[in-house]
Design a protein around this ligand. Structure first.
Ligand code: ZN
Length: 510
């Protein structure tokens, strides 16, 4: 006898329909799963046998074939256990002679424990979103109830296989998935006013947030680089509903959405420099989003930037340029969104004290050169703002009053973002940082007297023509923060100060 059970699978962060077809024939007992299953799906065989028996049903000693259709698409994960088990029960007549309407019309997702109970699985939200317009019911593990509720799809939560089987036969034993958990009170994260001094760096972060410019901070240990980075997210506007859903989908497929809440705060990810390129960018034999995607719509902080492996640093090129990551696999490639603001930090030299007012640097010029060369030109090219930090002197610490609170800066940032929305027609992902050459020409006319400033920068500081585009983009953002329609000379002068790593080597860092 043949049974077909509807379920779902994932490609990247998008769900698609899968039909679990179970065919039971007489013959020597055998049990096979086909249809491009991965290792976890193949293991469903053993779990399903135990779960079916421990739920009080006989497992048929016949020839069983399970096909996950469409057969040409890869299937990964453990959530096919429940549909396969239901297929076995249905095909062996345990759920009634004619398939009940509830079995035919619903979708089933869940991993089975050996005792027949249902375990929560990753990726429930993106899978259910594929059902959004279908008006059909989904049955999910109780542990995924809160996350499933976020999808807005009609869904029921079940604790074990027996409950699901009884519900299919007509009982009312399943409860609707929980209501969407209320938003937590907007977290009052760490505030920029807690960082004393470093006015220059704070201003750079304000510009970075306003124009979506990536930023690198260069300074000795203890100059407050990571304190500043941790407060950067507080300058960004609140997440919109679409941003929230998209970021939650990435957390869901990574198995990090177990609390079932929508991600409403912009993510802040700070992977250690020993991270592999696959973990940073995404990948693995069962592709998973990397740190760059978990930072989607938020901040990626890479401390000790030159210490990251060369492949990891180079792999940042695609997300920095295209705001997405493509994980190529033999059968199919998967795309994960990865639009984040990069905040990188580094010491000025391997020992950390080059240019320090008190401590002496013990590095040779060659060591300094090699250290800086670890960040290749193409990567540095994607970082519009370079900020030099000096250690805060004790006198400063005592004398400097508390700085401006994050909320005040965020208000200016928001206005500048609104200006850009109007400028670029409200399209997603557009910002001053992402301006094309044509847009640069039409929106960044040089004011009178500014070309002399730029010429000086090129001749005296050794800036390349490449840095000039960056200076123009940053000038545009500075003008937007001020609400100025045209770029002024002082905006250009300020922007020139954020290109320290472009200075010719002899001048850099000293
Ligand atoms: Zn040094």
């Amino acid at each position: 006898m043949l049974a077909k059970i509807s379920t779902l699978a994932l490609k990247g962060i998008d769900g698609f329909f899968v039909s679990a077809e179970v065919y039971i024939a007489s013959g020597l007992p055998a049990y096979a799963i086909v249809g491009l299953p991965d290792a976890a799906v193949k293991e469903a065989r053993e779990r399903v046998v135990a779960a079916v028996r421990n739920s009080g049903f006989d497992f048929p000693s016949k020839r069983i074939t399970v096909n996950l259709a469409p057969a040409e698409k890869k299937k990964a994960g453990t959530h096919f256990d429940l549909p396969i088990a239901l297929g076995v029960l249905a095909a062996s007549g345990k759920l009634g002679k004619n398939p009940p309407a509830r079995l035919e019309e619903s979708f089933f997702i869940g991993e089975l424990a050996l005792d027949g109970s249902l375990r929560p699985v990753a990726g429930v939200l993106p899978m259910l979103l594929a059902l959004k317009d279908s008006k059909r019911t989904a049955v999910v593990p109780a542990g995924n109830s809160a996350e499933a509720a976020v999808s807005g799809v009609k869904c029921l939560a079940a604790s074990n296989l027996k409950q699901v089987a009884e519900w299919i036969s007509g009982s009312d034993g399943l409860n609707a998935c929980g209501t969407v958990p209320a938003a937590e009170a907007a977290g009052s994260g760490p505030d920029l006013s807690e960082v004393k001094g470093q006015t220059f760096a704070k201003r750079a972060l304000e510009i970075a947030a306003a124009g979506f410019h990536n930023v690198i901070m260069v300074g000795p240990p203890g100059s407050g680089k990571s304190m500043l980075a941790k407060r950067f997210g507080g300058l960004l506007p609140p997440m919109g509903p679409d941003e929230s859903i998209e970021t939650t989908k990435l957390y869901s497929v990574s198995g990090l959405a177990s609390a079932g809440r929508l991600v409403r705060e912009r993510p802040f990810r700070e992977p250690h420099h020993t991270i592999s390129d696959a973990a940073l960018i995404g990948g693995g034999s069962n592709p998973r989003p990397g740190e760059v995607s978990l930072a989607h719509n938020g901040v990626l902080f890479l401390d000790e930037f030159p210490e990251f492996s060369r492949p990891a640093i180079e792999a940042l090129r695609e997300p920095l340029e295209a705001f997405k990551v493509t994980v190529a696999r033999v059968k199919e490639s998967v795309v994960y969104p990865a639009r984040f603001l990069l905040v990188a930090a580094m010491n000025p030299c391997p020992c950390g004290y080059l240019g320090h007012s008190v401590r002496e640097c013990s590095c040779t010029p060659l060591q300094v050169h090699k250290y800086r060369a670890r960040i290749s030109g193409p990567i540095l090219d994607r970082i519009d703002l370079h900020v030099q930090l000096s250690p805060v002197k004790y006198a400063d610490w005592e004398a400097v009053p508390k700085g401006e609170p994050s909320a005040a800066i965020a208000a200016r940032v928001l206005k500048a973002i609104e200006i850009q929305k109007a400028r670029f027609g409200g399209r997603d992902g557009r910002s001053n940082a992402a301006m094309t050459a044509g847009e640069l020409r039409s929106h960044c006319a040089l004011p009178e007297g500014a070309s002399a400033v730029l010429e000086l920068a090129m001749n005296k500081l050794g800036f390349s023509a490449r840095s000039l585009d960056k200076i123009l983009k940053v000038s545009r953002t500075i003008a937007d923060l001020e609400g100025a329609a045209a770029i002024k000379r002082e905006h250009v002068i300020e922007a020139v100060q954020y290109r320290m790593l472009d200075k010719s080597e002899a001048l850099a860092g000293i």
